[in-house]
Ligand binder design. Structure first.
Ligand SMILES: [Fe+2]
Ligand SMILES: [Fe+2]
Length: 239
C-alpha cells in the first residue's frame, strides 16, 4: 500500500476505513493508559522520600504533567466517541504496557525510569507530531517540552548517584534491569501492525527503526555516565 498522506480531522474520522480507526484508537488508548504509568509508580512511593526538596518538587510536577497528558489524550478519544474514562481507575498491575507494572524499588530505579522510560515515551510522541491525524499532532509540542524535563530529571538523579562507587553500582543494577524493558517498549520488530501504523502515517517509524534510533541516542549517554551498556538482546521479551 502506498503511504497515506491525507490530513484527517475529528469530523473525517467516521469516514475513514476501519483499519485506520482501529489503529488510531488502539495507539491512543495505550498512550492514555501509559501517561498514568509513572504517577502510579512514584507518587506514593517516592515523592516525599526523594533526597532533596528540588527532587520532591520535580517529581510532583512531573506527576501533575503526566496526569494532564492523560487528560489530553483522553479528550482526543472522547472527540471521536471513544470513552476510556475507566483507565483513570486502572492501577499498576493492570497497565497495558508491562514496563509500568514493575515497582520502582530503589532511588536509582526512579532515576533510570526518567532517563530510559520517559525517553521511550518521548520517542513515541515525536512520531505522533507528524501524524496524519491532526488533532493528535496539535497536542504534541507542549507534551514533548514537558517530557524533556522528566528525562532531564532522571539524568540528574543518575548523574548524582554516579558520584560514589556505591551509587554507581545501584545505577548499574537499575540500568541492567530496566534497559531490556525500555527496548521491549518499542514492540516486536516483525509486527505487521507496526507497518500498518507507518502506511497510514499515524506513526513515522516502524518499531525497529524507532528502537534503533533510541539505542543510538541513549547508549552514548550511558557511556558518558561511566556505566556499562547492557547486551541489547539479553532479557528481552519482544524482539
Ligand atoms: Fe507524559
Ligand atoms: Fe514523562
Amino acid at each position: 500500500m502506498p503511504l497515506f498522506t491525507d490530513r484527517i480531522e475529528a469530523k473525517d474520522f467516521p469516514k475513514m476505513p476501519k483499519e485506520y480507526q482501529d489503529l488510531l484508537v488502539r495507539v491512543l488508548t495505550i498512550q492514555t493508559d501509559s501517561e498514568l504509568g509513572g504517577p502510579d509508580l512514584y507518587v506514593e512511593r517516592w515523592i516525599r522520600v526523594a533526597p532533596t526538596a528540588e527532587d520532591q518538587m520535580l517529581l510532583a510536577k512531573t506527576a501533575a504533567e503526566e496526569i494532564d497528558h492523560h487528560r489530553k489524550f483522553r479528550n482526543i478519544l472522547a472527540e471521536i466517541g471513544v470513552d476510556v474514562s475507566y483507565l483513570l481507575k486502572s492501577r499498576r498491575e493492570e497497565k497495558i504496557l508491562e514496563t509500568f507494572r514493575y515497582p520502582l524499588e530503589t532511588w536509582a530505579e526512579m532515576g533510570m525510569f526518567g532517563l530510559l522510560i520517559d525517553r521511550v515515551g518521548g520517542f513515541h510522541l515525536h512520531d505522533f507530531a507528524e501524524s496524519t491525524y491532526l488533532p493528535l499532532g496539535r497536542i504534541i509540542p507542549d507534551i514533548v517540552r514537558e517530557e524533556k524535563m522528566h528525562i532531564w530529571h532522571g539524568l540528574k538523579i543518575t548523574r548524582e548517584l554516579c558520584q560514589t562507587e556505591e551509587g554507581k553500582a545501584q545505577a548499574q543494577a537499575a540500568l541492567d534491569k530496566m534497559y531490556p524493558r525500555a527496548l521491549d517498549m518499542f514492540g516486536l520488530s516483525s509486527s505487521r501492525r507496526s507497518d500498518q501504523f507507518k502506511e497510514w502515517g499515524i506513526k513515522q517509524r516502524t518499531n525497529q527503526q524507532c528502537r534503533l534510533d533510541y539505542i543510538a541516542e541513549v547508549d552514548p549517554i550511558i557511556e558518558e555516565l561511566g556505566l556499562r551498556i547492557p547486551d541489547p538482546l539479553a532479557n528481552r521479551k519482544y524482539l
